[in-house]
Structures are given as C-alpha cells and as structure tokens.
Write a protein that binds this ligand. Structure first.
Ligand SMILES: *Cc1c(COP(=O)(O)O)cnc(C)c1O
Length: 357
C-alpha cells in the first residue's frame, strides 16, 4: 500500500522483547515497544508520530478523566501460515470507531492516520506478532479528550493512540451465565453500540454480583422489559436452536461485533440456517424444556467464541450439551481461523496482508 502521510518514527533505544515469554503469553500483560500518537489541537490533526511506549503526560483536568469522552477499539493481527502478517477487518474496525466517536461527540480521526499509522506501527514492531497457533497481536486504538477544563463540555482537544501487544490463544472454558433481570448494560437511545469507556465501568457492578452468586457472566437483557437477550458480558451472544444459528439483530443497544458479523457471514457461506431476530428469555426457557437448544456462546475478538455451559433463568440453571469439534460454533470458528491464516480463500476481502516474511 502506498503511504500518503508522513509519520515521524522515534525508535526505542532498548527493546523489551526479550522479556516476553512467547510460550506463556497472558492477555494484556505485554505491550510492544512502540505506540502511535496523534493529537488534535487548534482545530486540526497534528502529524502522527510513532514513539517508544511510555507513560503519557496529561492534565489532571483532562475532560476524558471526568466526563468520559473516551472510545476504544479491539482488533487483532495474525501471523499467517506463510509468515506474513494479517490485520483482520481493519476497515470494519475503523468504521465502528468512527460511529463510537460520533456518538461521544469526539473529532473523527482521518482514515489514513488510523490505517497507515497502524500499518507502520505493526511493521516496526513485527517481531512482536507471535506465531504459535491461536496467538495474535492485539491492537488497541483509542482516543481520549485531553482538553483541560473543569466545565462540562465537549472537548476541543484529543489524543489518538494505538498500542499493541502479543496475546495467547484464549481457549475459553465453557462459562456459566445468568439472565440479568435487574441491571442493564444498554438502553435504546443510549450508548450500547459505541465502544465508549462508560459502558464498561457501568457493567462491572452487576457482573461482580453475578460472580458472587457463582456465575462467570451475565446475559444482558433489553432495558425496557428484561424480555429479550442482548449480549453476554462484553461479547455478542448466539444460540443454536432447532439447528438454526440465532442472534439478536443490531440496534443502538447492541455492539456491532466484527466477530458476530464474521461468524454470521461464514455460517451463511457454509449453508447453515442463520437468523438475526430478537430471542426472548421465554423462548430460551422453552427451548431448554423441549430440548431444541444445542449451543449458546459469546462472540468477540478476544476468544472468537466463548462456549456457555449453563444459563440461569428464573430460578433454574439449565445445562447445555458439551461443546465439541462437531458443534456448529466450532465449525464456523475453524473456518474463520482458516481464512485468517490464509488457508482458505478470503472471499469477503477481510485480510489485510503485510508482507514482512
Ligand atoms: C467489543 C465488544 C463486542 C465484540 O466485538 P468484536 O468486534 O467481535 O470484538 C461485543 N460486545 C461488546 C459490549 C463489546 O464491547
């Protein structure tokens, strides 16, 4: 790809890569040597820079710290079978970032800074992209309001940053979840579709209560009636009922997951019945009672799929059958991983390949 912007690169004098144990990665433990930083000030985006990863200098009055103008993305780059690096669905992540920024009244980062900045950063830190099966370079673009003011206002200054770091293959142990009928993650008209910081802070307390009751996560329901299933923790949620893959349709209270979209697309490609429509708690309960539900799982970038082993509905813990390589979710996941690794044709143009062999 031709680069159209000039990015100043200041390389680290002391790489920390030798401190990384690539055989024992932990999610979020290691951050690569460099970060991309770009400031918005005086009404315009300044030149992006790639600098050694380091603490920020920020006013304690920075608006992000008080009023929550902060938005992030979470995406991955994979080492392909032939050694090149694949940044997965970069455009779709950029588009979602823009929607999140718009909702939070934050200045839109130009696409070329997001994309070319990310490419150059990954190229520079390519040694940090792990190659063990299932591992990836996690990429965290984010933006914060940096204007220093007491008053509640829309910030006029922002900082855009991209961090990266190697993460392990997350084989998620099947989880126990409970249908949440008191607290809500997102209401219609709210910010549920945006990856903004406040959504996560607000979800900690109900999740903590669920954990105290012995569950791993909550199944969020709609804010109005607690009648329809929306998401599972910080993932989208899908069910297989009567051999049909089901998930809630997108709305402003559902995060438009890139994994969700990829799994639905692959499921259709492979010829499985795939439907986006509201799934009610009553329907789930009935499907457990008549044995038509065979799978339930969370879908997100971190684990791709997180199988669910039981769901608490109105006083009962309903068990799901065990998850195996024959599960529909396992087959779609395998196909997704094969596309990302370059072993299956990338018919939807999801891979952006950095040739760094
Ligand atoms: C990020 C996120 C997801 C999953 O999105 P992916 O793009 O698949 O990682 C789902 N729900 C919530 C609330 C999220 O924040």
């Amino acid at each position: 790809m031709e680069l159209t912007i000039d990015i100043r690169i200041q390389k680290t004098k002391q790489s920390k890569i030798q401190e990384v144990d690539f055989d024992q990665l932990e999610f979020g433990k290691y951050i690569s040597d460099h970060m991309l930083v770009c400031d918005f000030a005086n009404g315009e985006w300044q030149s992006p820079q790639i600098v050694p990863y380091a603490d920020l200098s920020l006013s304690p009055a920075a608006l992000a710290l008080h009023y929550g103008q902060t938005v992030f993305e979470g995406m991955k780059a994979f080492r392909m079978t032939d050694g090149s690096i694949n940044i997965f669905r970069m455009d779709k992540h950029y588009e979602r970032f823009v929607r999140s920024l718009e909702r939070m009244c934050m200045t839109i980062i130009p696409k070329e800074i997001f994309i070319e900045g990310m490419l150059q950063l990954i190229e520079l830190d390519k040694a940090w992209v792990p190659s063990q099966p299932g591992t990836a370079l996690y990429i965290r673009p984010f933006m914060i309001a940096t204007e220093a003011r007491f008053g509640v206002k829309i910030s006029e200054e922002y900082r855009f940053i991209i961090l990266t770091g190697p993460v392990p293959s997350l084989y998620a142990n099947p989880i126990k979840v409970k249908v949440e009928t008191e607290y809500v993650r997102a209401a219609r008209g709210g910010t549920g579709f945006a990856k903004c910081g406040g959504n996560y802070g607000a979800s900690f307390y109900p999740t903590k209560l669920a954990k105290e009751e012995g569950y791993d996560q909550v199944l969020w329901t709609d804010a109005k009636e607690h009648r329809y299933i929306e998401e599972s923790g910080m993932m989208n949620v899908m069910f297989v009922i009567n051999d049909t893959l089901l998930t809630a349709p997108l709305s402003d209270s559902i995060l438009d997951g890139v994994t969700r979209d990829s799994l639905l697309t692959i499921s259709r490609d492979l010829g499985y019945k795939t439907v986006e429509r509201p799934v009610s708690v009553d329907e789930l309960e009935a499907a457990f009672k008549n044995g038509t539900i065979t799978e339930a799982f969370g879908a997100g970038t971190a684990a791709v799929i997180a199988p669910i082993k039981s769901i608490h509905i109105a006083g009962s813990d309903y068990q799901l059958p065990g998850y195996s390589s024959e599960s529909l979710s396992a087959k779609i996941k395998l196909q997704l991983e094969s596309i990302r690794a370059g072993e299956e044709d990338d018919i939807h143009g999801w891979n952006f390949i950095l040739d760094v062999k």
